[in-house]
Structure formats: C-alpha cells, structure tokens
Design a protein around this ligand. Structure first.
Ligand SMILES: [Cu+2]
Length: 156
C-alpha cells in the first residue's frame, strides 16, 4: 500500500527547482546552470533562452514553456552553404550525467510570440517537461534572468 502511494507521488513529480545563483537551479533529477535570456526590443516577437542541463538519469527534454511567450521551441542552428538556418527539434536527449547545452550559435530555446519585450534585469520563468525512460513525465521550473551581456560572461 505504501509503495503504491510512493509510486503515485513520484508519477506526478512537478515542482520548482531549488534556486541557487541567478540562472542556476537543481533538483534530484536535473541541474540547470548558466541560464539566461537575451533582451529584445519593442516589436520583436521572438527571443532566445540559453542554459546548460544535466540530468541524473537518462531523459528526453520534450517540451518547454515560459511565462514570457505563447510558445517555446527547441531549435538547432546549422550552416547550410554558408547560410545559417534554424531547424526545430522535437526533443533533446539528456543522457545520464552528461551536460547538454543550449548556447548562442547552436542549439537554443526560441521564445515564440513574446507577450512583452524582455528587458535587462527581468526574469523569465521556464518550465521543462522531461520524459524518463519508464515513460514518466517530470516538470521542472526555474527562473532565468534576462541579461544583455551574458554571452560574454561579464555578468556573473
Ligand atoms: Cu531559433
């Protein structure tokens, strides 16, 4: 009886990651580090978020939501005949113990249909949905700061 309850409780794992320094958070399953969002100008409808993710067990990142945009997509930047293109990724694998990054010029999180311009110093709440190997879905929520100079590492 008790194990059934525990299994049910684990099945609906959903919550906030414990927050550390800006853009960093950790739970038993997932560690987020160096998360940041690039600022946008008024009228700009898309933005981008970057972060490093390390899962403590094999998982697939299958969905991302934010409070700043109606949609968030995972994109891969590739160069095709010297032209930069973005390709949408259905999911991103997070192998056990390996750090996977979303960084400028490569894989990134595209915030589509922004609800408002993102200003330096704002915070964006990001929720990740991970699918574990046994099929369980886990939601992890953390906050990423909007930083103008994060790409150069000057704001730490
Ligand atoms: Cu993109």
């Amino acid at each position: 009886m008790r194990s059934v309850t525990a299994a049910l409780a684990r099945g609906v794992l959903c919550g906030w990651l414990a927050l550390g320094p800006a853009g960093a958070a950790a739970s038993e399953l997932l560690t987020v580090s160096g998360a940041w969002v690039s600022p946008t100008v008024p009228g700009q409808s898309v933005g981008a978020a970057y972060m490093q993710l390390r899962s403590e067990q094999d998982a697939s990142l299958v969905k991302i939501e934010t409070d700043a945009s109606s949609r968030a997509e995972m994109h891969q930047m590739t160069s095709v005949n010297d032209v930069m293109r973005m390709r949408q990724l259905e999911q991103v694998e997070l192998p056990d113990g390996r750090s996977e990054s979303f960084a400028p010029g490569g894989r990134h999180v595209m915030l589509v249909d922004l609800r408002h311009p993102l200003k330096d110093g704002d915070n964006v709440r990001i929720t990740l949905t991970l699918r574990l190997r046994d099929g369980r879905m886990v939601h992890e929520t953390f906050v990423a700061p909007v930083l103008r100079n994060a790409a150069h590492g000057s704001r730490r």
